[in-house]
Design a protein around this ligand. Structure first.
Ligand SMILES: Cc1ncc(C[n+]2csc(CCOP(=O)(O)OP(=O)(O)O)c2C)c(N)n1
Ligand SMILES: [Mg+2]
Length: 598
């Protein structure tokens, strides 16, 4: 469906071969060939109508040829158009909007350079399984394909393809409905990911009969159909879990995405099995939950005999499921939406394939009063280690060094998040990321948004903007000073839309810190070092936001409390000891070592 039966078959080459009487593509459409008085619509409005019909109300983008009028018209038609300063940030906003809402986040860019700027976010969304649609205007196909040097000439579709789940191009207005429907389905069904939708400039001005246009649109029914796991797969998993001496549940970002929060919590609590949350799964159960093994992470990974992965992949973040981290032999249960994920790194004894919600609910149905609780020596040993580590952590957090270190500053952030458990927390950096993840407890699902699978810098302000737009909740962004720089200009966007975002920059004068020196004695700074004592707080003042310079935990606390209370765009420059961090934070070991010493 979606095609108009009455429409003459379009030719692929458009006006070049349509003959001398043909001014443009419009002549192919019924509004011109049937009743000239009938109301017409055009490509611009069909794109907007198709998105709106499918419940997409926000566009994150950056205007320019050929989509400037699309942004204007979308706003005029009641969509929220959030205009950014760089497409990568708009793309990151769209991606995380998709994660938060389960609807594809839409990023809209201009052709070639704008498209390329958005592409990093599209690839990152795909890697992280965030549903997103990058819509880019593009130049004249006929000229692009003959490489005749069009304005912003680029074969965008071909370039996007290997970096996303699916890529489509729409050449004719009557196909916009199908194009948008296919993009939505591709983005959210199965394992979610990024989709590219190429809209050539000529498409927007094509006109067609309004009624036929309306009929050509598709309201997508059941865009992410449930995938029910096979009963024998569920039984196999439960049997394995029942026989475990040292079971562990590992919750991943996929479990957070699934919005099956109550069932996931019930699964953990009914089985009594200790669990570990991956970074963005923190808060699925409150981090203070007695079954959380987060404070005994290395112990449980090494010692567990049966590990049930729920929406978590055995990628580098989990040391590929093998090696020293994982200690002795173990068996894995993997609950995942994608059958090809299974055995990607190590053998999986019990795959359970389906959407996380359906899988968890099927597993739950098989757990009754007779389900054995994990042996007490296992939970006891974990509890002991956890309590010891938490006591040690509390001592470290209570110290008050000058200048602040990550711990004393994060002790404040930890309290603020505890007092505001609904606040959204965005986090990027190296030390600024790793320390925040381990120190700041999360209490509710999908509140922690961070660098994800790639450990990518630059998500900060895009994520913060989308978190505020999609939820209207206060947003706290904990940013390394280097990480912030990747998207820092968007503080203007935050001010322009008056978003309740509090950016806290952990300013340690550089990438991992500010202590490196140029060994040659030349006046160039070392590659990791920035301007010392920079005043990032002044940046936001340029746009009318609140800037605060904080040198002590008390100053940081006051400023954060005020920011959350007032909901005013705020940037706090928190001065951190430039020697407090380590190279690459927790992943120092991934740095290749030079074979040649000096
Ligand atoms: C796009 C991208 N470029 C570069 C990197 C390499 N990188 C990892 S962390 C980091 C910045 C760390 O410094 P900062 O944000 O100040 O955190 P700190 O450790 O100082 O707290 C960089 C540049 C990356 N992860 N992603
Ligand atoms: Mg830094």
């Amino acid at each position: 469906m979606g095609k108009m039966n009455e429409a003459p078959a379009p030719t692929a080459t458009g006006n070049l071969i349509d003959g001398p009487n043909t001014q443009n593509d419009d002549t192919r459409h019924p509004s011109m060939t049937t009743d000239a008085q009938a109301p017409t619509t055009d490509g611009f409005h069909l794109v907007i109508d198709a998105l709106k019909l499918n419940g997409i109300t926000n566009i994150y983008g950056l205007p320019g040829i050929p989509i400037t009028d699309l942004t204007r018209k979308a706003q005029a038609e009641g969509m929220r158009v959030i205009s950014f300063r760089h497409e990568q940030n708009a793309g990151n906003a769209a991606a995380i909007a998709g994660f938060i809402t389960q609807k594809p986040g839409v990023c809209l860019t201009v052709s070639a350079p704008g498209f390329l700027n958005g592409l990093t976010a599209l690839a990152n969304a795909t890697t992280n399984c965030f549903p997103m649609i990058l819509i880019s205007g593009s130049s004249e196909r006929e000229i692009v394909d003959l490489q005749q040097g069009d304005y912003e000439e680029m074969d965008q579709l071909a370039i996007a393809k290997p970096l996303c789940k699916a890529a489509f191009r729409v050449l004719h207005a009557e196909d916009i409905g199908v194009g948008v429907a296919r993009a939505i389905r591709s983005a959210v069904s199965g394992r979610p990911g990024g989709v590219y939708l190429d809209l050539p400039a000529k498409l927007f001005s094509q006109s067609m009969d309004a009624e036929a246009g309306r009929k050509s649109l598709i309201k997508v029914v059941d865009p992410a159909p449930r995938q029910i796991p096979a009963p024998d797969a569920v039984k196999r998993a439960l049997d394995l879990l029942k026989g475990a001496k040292r079971p562990l549940i590992l919750l991943g970002k996929g479990a957070a995405y699934a919005q099956a929060d109550a069932d996931i919590r019930a699964l953990v609590e009914k089985t009594g099995i200790p669990y570990l949350p991956m970074s963005m799964a923190k808060g699925l159960l409150p981090d203070t939950h007695p079954q959380s093994a987060a404070a005994a992470r290395s112990y449980v990974l090494a010692e567990a005999d049966v590990v049930m992965l729920v929406g978590a992949r055995l990628n580098w973040l989990l040391s590929h499921g093998k090696g020293k981290t994982w200690g002795g032999p173990k068996q894995f249960i993997q609950v995942d939406i994608s059958p090809t994920e299974i055995d990607s790194n190590v053998a999986i004894a019990a795959p359970v394939i389906g959407d996380i919600g359906s899988c968890v609910s099927a597993l739950l149905a098989g757990i009754d009063g007779s389900f054995p609780k994990p042996p007490a020596d296992w939970t006891g040993a974990i509890g002991e280690r956890r309590d010891k580590n938490l006591t040690k952590m509390a001592e470290t957090l209570a110290k008050n060094p000058s200048p602040m270190n990550f711990h004393s500053a994060l002790n404040v952030v930890r309290d603020i998040v505890k007092a505001n458990p609904d606040a959204m927390l965005v986090n990027e950096g190296a030390n600024a990321l790793d320390f925040t993840r381990s120190i700041v407890d999360m209490y509710k699902p999908r509140k922690r948004l961070d660098v994800g699978t790639w450990g990518i810098m630059g998500i900060g302000m895009g994520f913060a903007v989308a978190a505020a737009i999609e939820t209207d909740l206060p947003v706290i962004a904990i940013e390394g000073d280097s990480a912030f720089g990747f998207s820092g200009m968007e503080v203007e966007t935050i001010c322009r839309y008056n978003l309740p975002v509090c950016v806290v920059i952990f300013n340690n004068n550089g990438v991992y810190g500010g202590k490196d020196v140029n060994p040659t004695g030349h006046s160039d700074a070392a590659p990791t070092v920035f301007v010392k004592g920079a005043r990032y707080d002044k940046l936001i003042e340029a746009f009318g936001g609140v800037g605060v310079h904080a040198e002590t935990p008390a100053e940081l606390r006051r400023a954060m409390e005020e920011a959350v209370r007032s909901r005013k765009p705020t940037l706090i420059n928190a001065v951190i000891d430039e020697g407090a961090g380590t190279e690459s934070g927790r992943i120092t070991s991934l740095n290749p070592q030079a074979a040649k010493k000096k």
